[in-house]
Design a binder for this molecule. Sequence first.
Ligand code: EPZ
Length: 419
Amino acid sequence: MQKLIINGGKRLRGEIKLQGSKNSSLPIMAGAVLCGGECVLNNCPELTDIYSASRILNHLGCKCRFSENTAVINSADINVTEIPEKLMREMRSSIIFMGAVLGRTGECIVSMPGGCELGSRPIDMHISAMRKMGIDVKESHGKIICHAPSGKAHGAKISLPFPSVGATENIILCAVTADGETIINNSAREPEISDLCGFLRACGAEISGDGESRIVIKGKNKLHGCDYRIMPDRIAGATYLAMTACTGGEIILTDACVSETEPFISVLEQTGCTITTYDNRIYLRSGSRLKAVRDRIRTMPHPGFPTDAQAVLMSALVTADGVSVFEENIFDCRYRHTDALVKMGADIQVLGKIAVIKGVSRLHGAEIQATDLRGGASMVNAALSAEGTSEISGIHHIDRGYEKIENVVRLLGGDIRRV
Ligand code: EPZ
């Protein structure tokens, strides 16, 4: 099992180009199933979750290859509609293939997806939406067996009880080739949804309203392949901004998505960092000790503060001057990183969805273990700001979402190695 060894205490400084978005690439790769031709995806990050998606594509009969952050997917031949449990368990986004395979073939067999352990992560909204679109869904021996009795899904009016990102994506993927019009009320507004819609439009789909809470999809008989550039990864961007902030450093992020990162930037600015943005660049300078964030940080669906950035911001606030309070409203178990931060000297009290952080003057190095993707990234940040050496195990979690994190940290002058 690999580990990251980090000698903390260095101010990070430098310029980095941001990776493409994991959470856009995964549904877009699933969307390629619908095209029946060749899709060229540029700026696709090379991550273990992306390789899991390509294994699913290959299993279905598509051809998928990577070279220098470009994925080329040819979905001319789909000869399998069942995704084995082993592939489903590799990541949460495997469930997004349900809508795409149904849209292409009118049938599919999947099972419960894997992914980060962030508490219970049901798929009831996905299934109920598929049923509304005329899909017969049965659960048997752990398998979810779906088929469209009429050969095709039909359009429907769907009101989501919560703006679930994955359910919104699955409905869109199933609806773009369905018979008739689908309307999603209370749809998720995350930028990655708009990226998926941008890709599908480039393939000939008719979708409007993405980025808002009501998406309208007019089903088309056929889509075609396209060339598409994946948006930058706003959460990786938030991670590198927080990382630099907690080391008292300075960074220029290029190829960033400025407006999409705004909900995070507006909170990070309250710590006293200077942050300026121009075109697709974000500049951050962090001087002396950070200040605690005065207002409670509530994670919310976009455009609220992103749950995926909660852990990485916390890694900066554990050494800020004063008390900061988080309220995690999206997942019921997303504070698993706090034990590691406490082992490094942080003062954190967790009670249900609330975490109270009393800033300490410094952290010290420790042997710690990543337990999920963003929690793992927060440990890298904390280790970089700590005095002494830290050893982080469980880094396969980090590799799911950060492209060669040690290379990025080294480029910024950090002392890190993978062993
Ligand atoms: C996506 O997960 C992201 N994953 C997550 O990022 C992100 O944290 C999350 O959206 C929220 O922004 C990808 O895009 C691959 P949801 P998803 O459906 O789609 C409940 C990361 O670190 N729910 O919006 O799974 C669910 O349990 C990852 O990159 C139901 O109850 O999130 C959760 O509490 C982690 N029933 C809430 O909704 C359902 O049918 C939000 O989940 C679906 C969801």
